[in-house]
Design a protein around this ligand. Structure first.
Ligand code: NI
Length: 159
């Protein structure tokens, strides 16, 4: 496994639309492993392939420690409710914004064996799924944030 360099918000690549995975090759499996290692090393709870410079529809999420969810070609097929909370991104280190997201979502994707599955997520998991799926379309949370957190609020968060 390898820790990859994370693309930042000011790099044009972050705005690119990722292409679907047509075949789950060993390269895709290595990508998934490297993404998980990179996400953990950076202390994040989600990462999209575009953030490590690969324009493929691949996402990893770890909201619950030790439970990594790998999503290939994810599609949100249902959502319900609303939540507003602080959100950050490994491509925008040290910054957070208040973002409105669905309270719950259902995402359909392929797993690493090419099998279709669904995940129901609420609260932070729903937020992470939405955030990472947005990345696959070149969208970032600052596009839709209600407001950025102030330095003081960020300091409070880490306390
Ligand atoms: Ni992000």
């Amino acid at each position: 496994m390898a820790i990859l360099k994370i693309v930042k918000f000011d790099e044009p690549l972050i705005r690119k639309v990722s292409r679907p995975v047509e075949e789950i090759t060993p390269r895709i499996l290595t990508l998934l492993d490297d993404m998980t290692e990179t996400m953990r090393a950076a202390g994040g709870c989600g990462l999209a392939a575009v953030q490590v410079g690969v324009l493929r529809r691949v996402v990893v999420i770890e909201v619950e420690e030790g439970n990594v969810i790998e999503l290939i070609n994810p599609k949100i097929i249902a959502y319900a409710g609303e939540q507003e909370d602080a959100e950050g991104c490994l491509s925008n280190p040290g910054n957070y914004g208040i973002v409105r997201r669905p309270a719950a979502v259902t995402v359909r994707a392929l797993d690493r064996y090419g099998k279709e599955f669904e995940v129901n997520g609420k609260d932070l998991l729903a937020r992470a799924i939405c955030h990472e799926c947005d990345h696959l379309d070149g969208k970032i949370y600052t596009d839709i944030e209600l407001r950025p957190l102030t330095r003081e609020e960020i300091k409070e968060m880490s306390r």
